[in-house]
Write a protein that binds this ligand. Structure first.
Ligand SMILES: [Zn+2]
Length: 297
């Protein structure tokens, strides 16, 4: 529970700051509401490597007690679904990394470009712009083939096996406390989203008991905008939403700047409208997640 406690710590830190800036109509829940969530414990929230050191008393939590987060996603712009909390965590001093399995070489969207390397280069630039807007370091790009993560899944060199090997190496080397990715729904069902979710899940479930908390991005039932563009988006029953991580308006503004980086993917009108729509209807002051693996009973 080292990781969960760390996340409570960061959630708790968000609490006081959000109350004044989020509309009263928004439901902002900043604490984890798992029934078996354990209370904060100074020993528990410390990284494993330092757990034998004395616990500092009456000090502001240092960076070492904040969660380290890696978001593993399929395409540049996937991070938008969780953007405010990435900005919030980074602003609070957490180590936050973005990893994209593909560079979006098959998704020209509104750019008018042909699929290929030039498009991938542009989308990587947009992702760097987004990461900068959110206060994150430069993302990692695995450059797997966009739209093909589910291709030839049993092949020895299949994209999914490559993604699995890369994920396991990433998690083993970095030992994050929290991993974020798509849920098994893939958001709106995109095959690459579903596969990266499955790959990350497979990697985390095989780790020892120091494994990170794996969080699936979730839209609680009743929060999906009643618009044709959102018709295919999956929802999650509210009682399965384990984590509601609050953000401030300035984090929403960071998300707005990140969204604005993706001119190849969204029209100007969409970039203008999306942040307000997500804030007022989907996020409502907190980004929602479902914990992948329950605590053993
Ligand atoms: Zn995507």
């Amino acid at each position: 529970m080292i990781i969960s406690a760390s996340r409570i710590a960061i959630s708790g830190a968000l609490l006081a700051l959000c109350a004044a800036s989020i509309p009263a109509s928004a439901q902002v829940i900043t604490e984890q509401d798992r029934p078996n969530a354990r209370p904060l414990d100074g020993d528990e929230i410390r990284p494993p490597a330092q757990r034998t050191d004395p616990v500092p008393q009456n000090t502001v939590p240092s960076k070492s007690v904040l969660p380290s987060i890696i978001a593993v996603l399929a395409h540049p712009d996937d991070e938008i679904t969780i953007a405010p909390i990435l900005a919030r965590a980074a602003r609070d001093g957490a180590d936050v990394k973005l990893v994209f399995a593909t560079s979006g070489n098959a998704g020209p969207a509104v750019s008018g470009m042909e699929p290929g390397d030039e498009l991938a280069n542009l989308r990587e630039e947009e992702a760097r712009c987004s990461a900068f807007a959110l206060g994150l370091p430069e993302p990692t790009f695995w450059k797997l083939d966009d739209g093909k993560l589910s291709a030839k899944p049993r092949g020895s060199d299949s994209p999914s096996r490559q993604a699995l090997a890369k994920t396991t190496e990433l998690l083993t080397q970095n030992r994050p406390t929290v991993v974020m990715t798509w849920g098994p729904d893939g958001g709106y069902g995109h095959g690459d989203h579903r596969m990266i979710s499955a790959v990350v899940t497979q990697s985390v479930q095989s780790m020892d008991n120091a494994r990170p908390d794996l969080l699936y991005a979730a839209i609680p039932s009743g929060s999906r905008p009643n618009l044709p563009e959102f018709e295919a988006w999956a929802t999650t029953a509210p009682d399965l939403v384990t984590d509601r991580l609050a953000y401030e308006i300035r984090d929403l503004e960071a998300a707005r700047a990140a969204i604005n980086c993706y001119s190849s993917q969204f029209s100007e009108d969409a970039r203008e409208a999306l942040p307000g729509l997500l804030h007022s209807q989907v996020w409502r002051g907190a980004v929602h997640f479902r914990l992948a693996f329950a605590t053993p009973r």
